[in-house]
Design a protein around this ligand. Sequence first.
Ligand SMILES: NC(=O)c1ccc[n+]([C@@H]2O[C@H](COP(=O)([O-])OP(=O)(O)OC[C@H]3O[C@@H](n4cnc5c(N)ncnc54)[C@H](OP(=O)(O)O)[C@@H]3O)[C@@H](O)[C@H]2O)c1
Length: 336
Amino acid sequence: MSTSLLLSAVVVLPILIGTLASRSRGPARTTRIPISQERVVIIGASSGIGSELARIYARRQAHVVVVARRLELLQQLVQELSPTAGSIHAVQGDVTSPEDVRRVTIESLRALQGGIDTLIICAGVISVLPFEELAGIDPAKAADTAETSELDFNHLLPMSSRAALDASIKIMNVNYHAPLNLAGHFLPALARTSAAGNLIVVSSMAGKVGAPTRSIYCASKHAAQGFFESLGMEVERTGVHVGIVSPGTVITDIRQSAVDLPKTESSSSSSTEPRKIAGTKKGAMTAKACAEGIIKGSDLRQHDVIMPWFYRASLALKLVAPGLVRWLAKKKYGYL
Ligand SMILES: NC(=O)c1ccc[n+]([C@@H]2O[C@H](COP(=O)([O-])OP(=O)(O)OC[C@H]3O[C@@H](n4cnc5c(N)ncnc54)[C@H](OP(=O)(O)O)[C@@H]3O)[C@@H](O)[C@H]2O)c1
């Protein structure tokens, strides 16, 4: 067998097998839960992918609860979608607050008259700085070390290591601890009140592969992937399906949520010149296309949805040609 044939077998076969194996057997979920009867809670629905999810579910006449902190945006969405949705309610809440998560769970169940079929955890924040910059590590200072003879080693310590730790705690709270806590709160209702409960978490390709300037974001998404992959196996026996969605770049304003930039720098509405953020949006998908993919994956009860589909190849390539995957990630973020 030639090398190229062997390579394509190694890359293509896992994709095919993975795709087939990730589909659930048994009657289609949409047969068990007609789309106009589906009761859906979308966490992080005030903008971007989450609000597009709400629009599609509303068009399907589902019963929808939209959750986020920015109540005015949620109320606008409710006003826009009320004419088409089976029903739609807004619940304000900060998912990093345990009290809010408990209240959001109760208010969502009340709005949906006691039952839920689908929880989509879409809330998330990003980071955009190289770790060295975030941690206050100055390479120029490192070059001076030979000339210094300080015994307290200050010249070898970072200038502001606290900033990196603070940003990491913030991003882990939203992208990992909050989804974990939401899962804990909604799982009993998903198992007991639905014919086929779905818990869908919107992760990212950053949860599958690393990328320069996105270190703490990647860490938070890798943590969430590990948690939900394991949880899915644990709760399968209760009838609840756990699906993880990993989109590539999507056109939204997520960069405004960067935990490692001051609000004035991350906001494009700032009067000062906004900082140039590494990473190209070339080939990015729209939030609508991403939302359609998420809902398709939920309907089919797929465990691992990767978008666009050809990004699946990067997982196989990571095993057989890791150098190529590193090269592609470095190229995308300007590190070549
Ligand atoms: N855009 C991309 O390129 C991309 C790619 C792959 C994966 N993703 C993932 O997709 C998800 C949605 O991102 P997006 O691109 O649509 O960004 P976005 O427009 O900034 O949406 C983020 C949503 O999360 C909510 N949120 C953030 N912190 C929250 C908190 N503490 N409590 C409650 N809600 C909170 C925001 O609402 P409030 O601010 O009103 O609270 C907003 O509705 C994220 O998990 C992100 O990691 C995005």
